[in-house]
Design a protein around this ligand. Structure first.
Ligand SMILES: Nc1ncnc2c1ncn2[C@@H]1O[C@H](COP(=O)(O)OP(=O)(O)OP(=O)(O)O)[C@@H](O)[C@H]1O
Ligand SMILES: [Mg+2]
Length: 473
């Protein structure tokens, strides 16, 4: 390229201020970029000393002159710092000064390339600030232990939550290997190292288990380890987030235990009811039937008025048998054993709603028959819900629907009554409590929805298969 074209190129560049200084540091040439960045036109600045670009304090400290000296001594000099525009405003400049020599090796002056990097600097500062804020956030989090491990598993950072949960202060623990958090048997089994290997292989690892506090006590931890990579894709270390789940675990265990107990109770109650039902059926009813037959026989042989008196006795016995049969079927609905759930519920609704003068319907959308235990639970909850409709709702109709949803049996009992007041019915009211407990003991749920004047909907769901019992660690 000849000199002219080269000169044109340099002059046209807008993004860089490119200009020459003579050996004394006076501006000897100027380009469009320099005019744009520094604000001087060529004729205003050529011949002036380049220290006009420096803030007063830098000039007082001799910085412009020193920069030329360094450029002479070392060939070039690079600097970042504040510079002044013509209007006195500052910009953050990236400056390179190069010493220029002629063929004979004599210093001819300096080339100077200046870039305005104010925006880049602002962006970097913003990034630094947001990183700083993020660091503060992480450090102050109390509920989670959040810390870093280096590639070898030694602790590299620590936060307030880690101190709270594990009991170590930052200065006690940083630099130590994270296997100190694991019980001896886990360390012996190589678990800490294996967890890091899995995190590397799969990106992350989640684990629940016992961990040690500084004082040697154990807590039940939920742990997530994430492998951290730098921009070049090299493993940089690990992020570790640990939660103390001891309380939640205790609460879950208490709940499981409660369910187990309620389950036993409900089962014992059913067994007892069945036994009483059988006893009443096999002994009381059978012998009363026999008594009835004898009375009929006797009446046919006796003269009046004795025959009528004995017939009257026979009628009383029959009425008593009818009431006992009703008791037996409430204790142990025979339809449940013989015909299945829908028939049993239908028969019950038919009987009681008819007696109470309620319009009624039973909708059957079951596609799977629930287990005998679940069927009993459904039946009992329906009984209790219907008795509530009768006693409290002042309804004109009641509807029961059964369907198979989500691998379970969903049952809805709705009335068009006054609605429940909501909240706790208080002492001496066990119906709703028992309904909830029965549903939960069967690993399902129950909810009561009601708005004043809009009736009540009791809805519950029981799984078709009881949960697989959770493994105890
Ligand atoms: N279908 C309903 N319509 C209107 N109110 C209802 C209905 N079901 C329940 N309630 C209200 O909710 C309260 C609590 O019901 P729950 O079955 O727990 O107790 P209870 O029926 O009063 O007594 P218990 O069932 O122990 O004999 C009832 O007292 C009643 O006020
Ligand atoms: Mg009740």
């Amino acid at each position: 390229m000849d000199d002219d074209r080269f000169r044109l190129l340099v002059q046209g560049v807008l993004d860089y201020g490119i200009f020459m200084l003579d050996t004394e540091g006076r501006v000897a040439s100027w380009n469009a970029g320099a005019e744009r960045i520094e604000g001087y036109a060529a004729e205003e600045i050529i011949g002036r000393h380049f220290s006009v670009f420096y803030p007063a304090e830098d000039v007082a400290a001799g910085k412009p002159v020193r920069e030329l000296e360094i450029a002479v001594a070392e060939g070039r000099l690079e600097d970042e710092g504040w510079r002044l525009r013509k209007d006195g405003t500052r910009f953050w400049a990236d400056v390179v000064i190069t010493a220029l020599y002629d063929e004979r090796g004599e210093l001819r002056g300096f080339g100077k390339v200046t870039r305005d990097v104010t925006e880049r600097r602002a962006a970097e500062a913003a990034l630094r600030e947001s990183e700083e804020r993020f660091r503060l956030l992480v450090q102050s989090v109390q509920d989670y232990a959040i810390f870093m491990l280096d590639t070898g598993g030694c602790i590299a950072s620590w936060n307030a939550g880690a101190e709270r949960i594990k009991g170590y202060a930052a200065e006690e623990i940083i630099g130590r290997h994270f296997s100190v958090f694991y019980p001896a048997e886990d360390v012996a089994a190589g678990k800490p190292v294996r967890e890091l290997e899995i995190a590397v292989a799969e990106g992350r690892l989640e684990d629940e288990g016992w961990r040690l506090r500084k004082d040697g006590t154990r807590f039940w931890a939920n742990v997530v380890i994430t492998a951290l990579y730098d921009e070049q894709g090299r493993l940089h270390g690990f992020g570790k987030v640990t939660r103390d789940m001891t309380e939640r675990r205790n609460a879950e265990q208490a709940l499981r235990e409660r369910r187990r107990l309620v389950g036993h109770l409900v089962e014992a109650q059913e067994v007892e009811r069945r036994r009483i039902a059988w006893d009443v059926h096999d002994e009381s009813i059978q012998s009363m039937v026999a008594v009835g037959m004898r009375l009929q026989l006797l009446a046919s042989r006796l003269p009046e008025p004795h025959a009528s008196a004995v017939s009257g006795l026979d009628e009383s016995v029959s009425a008593a048998i009818g009431r006992l049969r009703g008791l037996v079927s409430r204790l142990r609905p025979p339809e449940l054993d013989r015909h299945g759930l829908v028939e049993a519920v239908s028969a019950y609704v038919e009987e009681v709603a008819g007696r109470w003068g309620l319009a009624h319907s039973v909708q059957d959308d079951l596609t799977a028959e629930p287990s005998p235990e679940a069927a009993i639970t459904v039946y009992r909850i329906c009984q209790e819900a219907l008795s509530n409709v009768h006693r409290h709702a002042r309804a004109t109709r009641v509807a029961v629907s059964l369907s198979t949803v989500d691998n379970g049996t969903l049952v809805r009992i709705t009335d068009d009554g006054i609605g429940t007041a909501g909240g706790d019915a208080g002492a001496g009211h066990f119906g709703l409590v028992e309904m909830h407990e029965r549903a939960e003991a069967a690993h399902g749920w129950l909810s009561v929805r009601s708005a004043p004047g809009e009736g009540t909907a009791v809805e519950f769901w029981l799984p078709l298969l009881p949960d697989v019992p959770e493994l105890e660690p």
